[in-house]
Design a binder for this molecule. Structure first.
Ligand SMILES: [Zn+2]
Ligand SMILES: [Zn+2]
Length: 680
């Protein structure tokens, strides 16, 4: 009888693989292969694991070796390259391989029954593979776009490229054109059809992109991968990618770990976007993993942005990445909006709006044009307070305020989701006159409706779009011209192409200017450029308004606003990089953050102190353990320990040794390590 020993990884925090015996069920059963899934019993549970090694013998005594129950032969094995990607991610982010490889697969693949898998495979077989990669209705590209597309499609080997283009410059068209060229090329002769991976920050906010791609390439299978898919769907899309049937794969960060046997090009749209960073479990950067993957496969990768991350910008300065530029808007005669600051000390706002902004809104209403007011704070007011005794609506479980949600008649904590009825009187002194302080989108909406009763006002934020499909319906009504004034949080800043929008008002951006987080100004700049970019995407109409962006600020002299006005990312990025170099911050240093949380802050700090002293650390800077800036969330106290090293390999080597020591420490604190943290 055929038999061998399989090394298997499982989705457990235990940092190793496990030996199991395999014995053919009958003579006809094929030998198992690396990358195949197996079903087995582990402890008392039945689970699905993955084969990562095969050998003739095991160090485990024969009587202790268990046998696998079944090998999933119907699923072609995951490739060696894919396993290498998972192994890299596991090593780099200091997690066990099984915790990377298995959660990277759709849930249904890891189910104990193969019903869903068999059904998925059958469906794909029936669907067949369309073979015509010719795109239809290719937009006419301007010379800069055409040049960029040709350069991307013509690149050979590992070629990381920043596609640096102002908002509205038609970066998507460049990706699609390059994709079309690569698909057409593989059509003409190569053995395997090419696959193209396009990553976007949030697919639910840009459904028109998916529609666009499907319409453009009717002859190829397009797969989408994101967390919003139902399990059955996710499985089918994943299988289509794994089997090589899907030629274009559009997805969010999790798609970077998809199995793509014929991958020939990776595109990362809005590469600076924070949502490429996973913030729990395996805390990976999809952008960084994508670059590694492109390097491993020797293929081109495009990072697109109007406001690239400083890391990427730094790589173009050093010559590691190539830079392609789109300086003009793609629509002829569409120009970048004029950006102006309004000094709120001189023009005192009423209902949150300065008189200059109010008259600009009036003008748009008269001309039948649309306006967008950007206020990145949902709810009615961030806090309610009692004038008489000084009581404020603190959350009892977090270091934060309960936010007033007036339409819902609730106080809500945005961090732990605690909900309370709005108190009728002050809980401390009984004063009935409780005041909302500050302004969120709901209060702005109320004020605008009173100010412009005839205008059609729509608010789009996480509260107004809770129901499935309601965000899409809201955006549709803006596109259909059923809205005069749109109020929105960051949800409206991304990707949308509002054709009739000529005014953007930006309210309250100042808080980020003085944040303790050194990345705050980089993020604010990106956000302002992005939301400003919603204005004037079509050519100015005859008799219509020139597009403009008005920023209400108390700090009009701040250099960040000057850079936004000049649309001058280059200079801004260069000065930020100089600051970072002087302060010895990333990308000039490499960081990791050890976080600990516990019921009592002391437990967390104590663990971090032990962690700091459990190992020699020459060449590593270990900062003091400190409480996180928002210390308590949902009755759990949180603290952190930052470590830094001038060399990436140096940091990696240290982390591996350190993790081994940390696992030995006995503590009641829950802890986790993040490499290249973005929120410190
Ligand atoms: Zn009171
Ligand atoms: Zn709370």
């Amino acid at each position: 009888m055929k038999q061998s020993i399989l090394q298997i990884v499982l989705d457990t925090p235990l940092d190793s693989s496990f030996d199991y015996r395999w014995q053919a069920s009958d003579e006809s059963e094929a030998m198992p292969q690396i990358g195949q899934l197996v079903q087995l019993s582990f402890g008392r549970r039945e689970v699905v694991g993955m084969i990562v090694g095969i050998s003739a013998e095991s160090d485990v005594p024969a009587e202790k070796l268990k046998s696998v129950q079944a090998v999933r032969h119907q699923l072609p094995p995951l490739s060696k390259q894919w396993l290498a990607l998972c192994r890299f991610a596991a090593d780099y982010y200091q997690r066990p391989l099984g915790e990377v490889a298995l959660p990277g697969l759709p849930k249904n693949l890891r189910a104990l029954t193969t019903v869903a898998l068999d059904r998925g495979l059958k469906k794909l077989q029936q669907a067949g593979v369309p073979h015509d990669a010719t795109p239809i209705d290719v937009a006419q590209l301007n010379p800069a776009q055409q040049q960029a597309a040709d350069a991307i499609a013509g690149a050979t080997g590992f070629a990381p490229t920043l596609l640096y283009g102002v908002t509205g410059s038609g970066k998507t068209e460049v990706y699609l054109q390059a994709a079309a060229q690569i698909l057409a090329h593989s059509e003409n002769g190569e053995d395997n059809p090419s696959q193209i991976l396009i990553l976007v920050p949030e697919i639910n906010l840009t459904p028109q992109l998916e529609g666009n791609i499907r319409a453009r390439f009717p002859g190829v299978t397009v797969a989408t991968l994101h967390s919003g898919l139902a399990e059955g769907e996710r499985m089918r899309h994943w299988l289509a990618a794994h089997l090589g049937q899907a030629r274009i794969i559009l997805g969010t960060r999790l798609a970077v770990l998809a199995s793509l046997p014929h991958l020939k090009l990776i595109v990362i749209d809005e590469e600076h976007d924070p949502s490429y960073k996973q913030q729990e479990g395996l805390r990976y950067s999809a952008r960084d993993l994508a670059v590694w993957r492109a390097h491993q496969l020797g293929i081109p990768i495009v990072l697109g942005s109007a406001t690239p991350s400083l890391e990427t910008w730094h790589h173009t300065q050093s010559g590691r990445y190539k830079k392609l530029e789109l300086r003009e808007r793609a629509v002829r005669d569409a120009v970048l909006p004029q950006v102006r600051r309004i000094d709120m000390e001189r023009d005192k706002p009423s209902e949150g709006l300065t008189s200059i902004l109010v008259s600009a809104l009036k003008q748009r209403l008269e001309r039948g044009e649309q306006s967008l007011l950007f206020l990145n704070r949902r709810g009615y007011a961030p806090v309610i307070a009692c004038d008489a005794c000084g009581w404020v609506s603190n959350c009892t479980r977090c270091t934060s305020f309960m936010v007033l949600h007036k339409p819902e008649h609730r106080l809500r904590c945005h961090h732990c989701s605690l909900e309370l009825r709005i108190p009728k009187s002050c809980p401390t002194c009984g004063n009935v006159d409780l005041q909302p302080l500050g302004r969120g989108t709901q209060r702005l909406e109320e004020g605008l409706r009173a100010m412009f009763p005839e205008a059609r006002v729509l608010r789009i934020d996480a509260d107004s779009t809770r129901r499935k499909g309601s965000a899409q319906a809201a955006f549709d009504s803006v596109h259909n011209g059923e809205v005069d004034i749109l109020i929105g949080t960051q949800m409206v800043a991304k990707g949308h192409d509002f054709k009739n929008l000529t005014l953007v008002g930006i309210l309250n951006p100042d808080t980020a200017l003085f944040s303790h987080d050194y990345r705050a100004s980089e993020r604010l700049f990106a956000q302002l450029m992005q939301v400003a970019g919603r204005a004037g995407r079509a050519a100015q109409k005859e008799g219509g308004s020139a597009s403009e962006v008005l920023i209400q600020t108390r700090y009009p002299q701040h250099p960040l606003y000057a850079a936004v006005i000049a649309h001058d990312y280059d200079r801004f990025a260069t000065s930020l990089l100089e600051e970072r170099a002087q302060a010895c911050l990333p990308p000039y240093i490499y960081q990791a953050l050890l976080r600990a949380e516990a019921k009592e802050l002391e437990t967390a700090i104590e663990f971090l102190q032990q962690a700091a002293h459990c190992i020699e650390h020459t060449g590593i800077t270990m900062h003091d353990p400190i409480p996180m800036s928002m210390t308590r969330v949902a009755n759990v106290d949180r603290a952190q320990l930052l470590i830094e090293c001038p060399s990436r390999p140096g940091l990696q080597a240290f982390l591996t040794d350190w993790m081994a020591q940390l696992r030995q420490i006995k503590t009641r604190a829950k802890w986790s390590l993040e490499v290249d943290p973005v929120d410190i």
